[in-house]
Ligand binder design. Structure first.
Ligand SMILES: NC(=O)c1ccc[n+]([C@@H]2O[C@H](COP(=O)([O-])OP(=O)(O)OC[C@H]3O[C@@H](n4cnc5c(N)ncnc54)[C@H](OP(=O)(O)O)[C@@H]3O)[C@@H](O)[C@H]2O)c1
Length: 404
C-alpha cells in the first residue's frame, strides 16, 4: 500500500537538487528582535484550496481571531475567494460567519514575489506567522516538474519570512524522515534529517526534502522555523471528509469496483486531518519554533477492518490472492479510468516495521485537549459514507452491478 511514509522507488538524485538547496544561502535573514507575536493577528496560509489547507484554514478561523491571508492560484482575488470557499464546502468546513476574516490573494508560490503587486506583497510582510502548506503533491511526476512549486515556492516563501522576520511553519511529510537509511531500532526520530548523500525517494519526496533543507538551513541562520511532518492524512474524525487524490482511497475504490479484496492483509495507519490541522495551528500560534514535529497516529489497523466496514455498509466483496487481484486490476485499467488511476499507483513496501517518534509534538500538546483519534470502525464508516455521498465510491447497488 503506497503511503506518505512508504518506502519509495530508488532513483539517482536529479541534477540540480543540491544547487536548489544551496540557493537558499543568498536569502538575507533578519532574525526577529524581541519575542514572537502570539497570538497572531495576521496569518499567511498557502495551499488553502487543498485538502489539508482547508482544514488548516478552518482551524485558524475557529480557534483564533486572526485574519488569514490565503495565497491561492486564481485569475483574481474574487476567484481566489470562491476557490477557498469551494474547498471549505468540499470538506464540510464552510461557515459564512468567518468570511470577513479570509483575505484572499491571487498568487502563485512558484513565481518570485508570488506574482503579486508590490503593495499586496508589502501587506504580507506584516504577517505575524506563515504556514507554508502549498505543494504539488504527486508521487508520479519527476523532481524537475515539482521543483518550481515545492522548492522554488518554498524559497520564495522564505524570502518573505526572512525579509519580515516572520516565523515560518513548513508543512513537510513523514516521507522525508523515512527516505534515508532506517535505524536498526526501527524508531524514526523527529531529529532525523537525511543529508544530501543519504536521501532517496521519488521526485515528490526529494522536492519535500529540498524544501525542508531550505527551511532548516534558514533556521540555523536565525529565522524562527518549524517543520511539520504529517503521515498519511485522512478525513476529519466527525465527517470523514477526505481528499479523493489519495492513493489509499483510490485503491479502496478499485477493490469496490472489482468486487474483491486481497486474502492477504496488512496494517495501515491514517492520521485524521482535524488532528493534524489543530496541532499545526496550535504550534504556529504559540510560537513553537526550532523543532521538527511528527504528526502521526499511534494506532494502526488491519486492512481487513476496511473490508469488514465496506461489507457492513452493503458492499459485496469476495476475497482473492493479491496476485490475482493485481492481474484483474491491470486488465480492468484498460477500460475503466478509475482502475487505471489505481493501477498507476507506485507499489511501495510496508512500513509495519517502523515506529515514529513524536516526542516534540506530544510534549508541545501536553496541556491541550489536542489528541490523535485512533482508527476505529466508526472512523472508517464516516469515510465510506462521505466518499459514497460525493460519488467517489459507487453506491453498494451500483458496485454490485460493476463487478457482476
Ligand atoms: N495529504 C496527505 O496525506 C499529506 C501527508 C503528508 C504531508 N502532506 C503535505 O501537506 C500539504 C498539503 O497537501 P494536500 O494533501 O492538502 O494536497 P492538495 O490537496 O493537493 O493541496 C495542495 C495545495 O497546494 C496548492 N499549490 C500547489 N502548487 C501551488 C503553487 N504553485 N502556488 C500556490 N499554491 C499551490 C494547491 O493549489 P491549487 O488548488 O491551485 O492546485 C492546493 O491548495 C503538502 O505540503 C503535502 O506535502 C500531505
Amino acid at each position: 500500500m503506497p503511503g506518505e511514509c512508504g518506502r519509495h522507488h530508488f532513483s539517482p538524485l536529479p541534477p540540480g537538487l543540491t544547487d536548489d538547496v544551496r540557493r537558499g544561502r543568498s536569502i538575507a535573514i533578519r532574525p526577529p528582535v524581541g519575542p514572537i507575536h502570539t497570538p497572531p493577528h495576521r496569518v499567511l496560509l498557502t495551499g488553502g484550496t487543498g485538502f489539508l489547507g482547508a482544514y488548516l484554514l478552518h482551524e485558524f478561523l475557529t480557534r483564533t481571531d486572526a485574519k488569514i491571508y490565503c495565497l491561492v492560484r486564481a485569475s483574481s482575488h474574487a476567484e481566489a475567494f470562491d476557490r477557498i470557499v469551494a474547498a471549505l464546502r468540499r470538506y464540510k468546513l464552510w461557515d459564512p460567519g468567518h468570511a470577513s476574516r479570509i483575505l484572499p490573494l491571487a498568487g502563485d508560490v512558484s513565481e518570485p514575489g508570488f506574482g503579486l503587486l508590490a503593495r499586496e506583497y508589502r501587506a504580507l510582510c506584516r504577517s505575524d506567522v506563515i504556514v507554508h502548506n502549498a505543494a504539488k503533491v504527486n508521487h508520479v511526476e519527476p523532481y524537475s516538474r515539482l521543483r518550481a512549486a515545492n522548492v522554488e515556492g518554498t524559497r520564495h516563501v522564505l524570502e518573505l519570512a526572512a525579509g519580515g522576520s516572520i516565523p515560518l511553519h513548513f508543512v513537510s511529510t513523514l516521507s522525508v524522515a523515512t527516505a534515508s537509511t532506517r535505524p536498526a531500532t526501527g524508531l524514526i526520530l523527529e531529529s532525523t534529517r537525511p543529508g544530501p548523500t543519504e536521501i532517496h525517494g521519488n521526485g515528490y519526496v526529494l522536492s519535500k526534502w529540498a524544501g525542508e533543507e531550505l527551511v532548516a538551513r534558514a533556521g540555523e541562520r536565525g529565522l524562527p522555523v518549524a517543520i511539520h511532518r504529517p503521515d498519511r492524512v485522512c478525513g476529519g474524525t466527525t465527517t470523514g471528509a477526505v481528499s479523493t487524490d489519495d492513493a489509499f482511497w483510490t485503491l479502496i475504490r478499485a477493490a469496490v469496483t472489482l468486487g474483491a479484496v486481497a486474502l492477504e492483509s496488512a496494517e495501515f495507519s491514517l492520521t485524521p486531518a482535524d488532528y493534524v490541522a489543530s496541532a499545526i495551528v496550535h504550534l504556529a500560534t504559540h510560537g513553537a519554533t526550532g523543532h521538527t514535529y511528527h504528526l502521526t497516529n499511534h494506532s494502526t489497523a488491519p486492512l481487513t477492518l476496511v473490508w469488514e466496514r465496506l461489507r457492513a455498509n452493503g458492499f459485496r466483496l469476495a476475497t482473492a490472492p493479491l496476485a490475482d487481484l493485481a492481474a484483474r486490476l491491470t486488465t480492468g485499467a484498460a477500460t475503466d479510468h478509475t482502475l487505471a488511476r489505481a493501477a498507476a499507483i507506485p507499489v511501495q513496501g510496508s512500513t509495519a516495521d517502523i515506529r515514529f517518534d513524536d516526542t516534540n509534538t506530544t510534549h508541545a500538546l501536553t496541556d491541550t485537549p489536542i489528541r490523535c483519534a485512533p482508527i476505529t470502525p466508526a472512523l472508517i464508516d464516516r469515510h465510506i459514507e462521505y466518499l459514497t455521498e460525493i460519488g467517489f465510491l459507487p453506491s453498494p447497488v451500483a458496485a454490485a452491478g460493476m463487478s457482476a
